[in-house]
Design a protein around this ligand. Structure first.
Ligand code: HEM
Length: 486
């Protein structure tokens, strides 16, 4: 048998005894000279880092993205999409949104679908969800919204009063909460759900032409939901059900995949399209802008270490490669700040040096020092620019496409308040069975709300979408709908 390796301290010093502290005799107090013991306790005490403020519980895996369409370069100069057959390594993290790090996987909640493409032009992060829309459409509401999804500050309990108070006062949430309380609200597994970029993004080709784009990752496994009762049972018996499913499938060679499609929207159409393209509570019709296939994403490798790779992974909508730019979406714009900021808090200022986050290409910048610099810190290379020392220089070809902006600076609301048409369309698209489940899910979730005023305010929104929908929820809650909320 091969000789076992010797146990060491963090400094690599062989450990002589890992079972007995150094004490004065068999009963004696511990000597402070037991450095191995001190280091062991001290490191253990620092094992926890802040969990993600949202999307804390998740699972991740590596794989690749392969372009299957030779025509995509017409819309974007992004190198990783430049030709059919081009492969790019990816890391994908799935997550629930509201629960803590140890929370159950099978709850009703949107799921995160965050992809890191390690491209030849640096890392491109597409930080999406399994829903094409979102609850709110202005960043300024995000912290309040998330407070309602987390715990009541007094009781420490999840609180439907807060949830429905906020939603009923934020009718832009109606479309997303309809999605959420429908069958897609609890996916069967992470493999059986789609992923969406949700926002509209901008693509720019090498002629400098801009297009708006919507991303759709469609599951090749099909979309499947979990039945409510089974989900509740699994939350108790196997809270890591989705994490386990992903890990086991990949380990057994059953590699999940998604086909990426995009909707391409001509640049000028943002002026005339019937919906505001930059309102993330709305979808863009596939009839108006059909999906175009782009490529295939396959997950084929599990991380070696969950903490190092999944917990320390850091995605930001700010990581965009040349040819892909933000739209003016007020949510997306705020996200561009928020993620890097939380990474600096959660992982430190040098989180981009952590292997899972590290670009596969050479990184040349003037960032130096800070906690946990482990990449050589630029060695003796110049740490300022411009310089006459042959240091890296900017490339004007990689500048963003210039665009016009207009309007008076103010705290300005969106100019459309139609929160009902798309929610109604979604409701009416459902089969009678689906609607029955939807109504029951709404009623079950709203029943514990103490105030009838909140319940009726929400029912008023259902009413504006479809009176039948409102009547059915009201009936299950034993309420009559007053004229005032219709
Ligand atoms: C995670 C902020 C909206 C998808 C996070 C995190 C923050 C955050 C601070 C934790 C990141 C980390 O610790 O690494 C915000 C803000 C939003 C917003 C301020 C609105 C203005 C959205 C939307 C989507 C989304 C609209 C999807 C379309 C995600 C995903 C993660 C995440 C997938 C988890 C990323 C991972 O797996 O590490 N968000 N978020 N977020 N967010 Fe958002």
């Amino acid at each position: 048998m091969a000789k076992k390796k010797t146990l060491t301290t963090g400094a690599g010093i062989p450990v002589g005894d890992n079972q007995n502290s150094i004490t004065a005799g068999s009963r004696g107090p511990i000597l402070i000279q037991d450095f191995h013991l001190l280091e062991k306790l001290a490191h253990f005490n620092r094992e926890r880092i802040p969990e993600r403020v949202v999307h804390a519980k998740g699972a991740g895996a590596y794989g690749y993205f392969e372009v299957t369409n030779d025509e995509i370069f017409k819309y974007t100069k992004a190198d990783f999409l430049s030709k059919k057959g081009k492969q790019t390594e990816v890391f994908l993290r799935f997550s629930t949104v509201a629960g803590e790090l140890g929370s159950a996987d099978t709850v009703r909640d949107p799921r995160g679908f965050a992809v890191k493409f390690y491209t030849d032009e640096g890392n491109y992060d597409l930080v999406g969800n399994n829903t094409p829309i979102f609850f709110i459409r202005d960043t300024i509401k995000f912290p309040d919204f998330i407070h309602t999804q987390k715990r009541n500050p007094k009781t420490g309990l999840k609180d439907p009063n807060m949830v429905w108070d906020f939603w009923s006062l934020s009718p832009e949430s109606l479309h997303q909460i309809t999605y959420l309380h429908g069958d897609r609200g609890i996916p069967a597994t992470y493999r059986h759900m789609n992923g969406y970029g949700s926002h509209t993004f901008k693509w720019v080709n090498d002629q400098g032409e801009s297009f708006w784009v919507k991303y759709h990752f469609i599951s090749d496994q099909g979309v499947k939901a979990l039945d409510n009762d089974l989900a509740a049972e699994l939350a108790g018996t196997n809270p890591d059900y989705h994490r386990q499913d992903l890990f086991t499938s990949i380990e057994e060679g059953d590699h999940p995949s998604w086909t990426l499609y995009v909707q391409i929207i001509p640049y000028e159409d943002y002026q005339t399209y019937k919906w505001d393209l930059f309102d993330v509570t709305k979808t863009v019709s596939k009839k108006d802008y059909p999906r175009i296939e782009v490529g295939k994403l396959v997950l084929n490798r599990n991380p070696e270490n969950h903490f190092a790779e999944v917990e320390q992974s850091a995605f930001t909508p700010g990581n965009l490669v040349p040819g892909i730019e933000p739209s003016p979406d007020k949510m997306l714009q705020g996200r561009i700040f928020s993620y890097g900021d939380t990474h600096r808090y959660r992982l430190g200022v040098n989180h981009q040096q952590i292997p899972v986050n590290r670009a596969k290409v050479e990184v040349n910048n003037m960032q130096r020092d800070g906690y946990m610099t482990v990449n050589g810190n630029g060695g003796g290379k110049p740490n300022y620019e411009p310089n006459s020392l042959d240091g890296p220089v900017e490339d004007p070809h990689k500048k963003i496409a210039p665009f016009e902006v207009s309007g008076e600076a103010d705290s300005v609301a969106y100019d459309s308040d139609d929160h009902y048409t798309q929610a109604r369309d979604l409701y009416r698209l459902m089969s009678e069975d689906e609607r029955e489940r939807l109504i029951k899910n709404f009623a079950d979730h709203m029943r514990p709300v103490e105030s009838d005023e909140i319940k009726l305010r929400q029912i008023g929104h259902f009413y504006k979408a479809d009176p039948e929908w409102a009547e059915r929820v009201a009936e299950q809650l034993g309420l009559r709908i007053p004229e005032s909320v219709k």
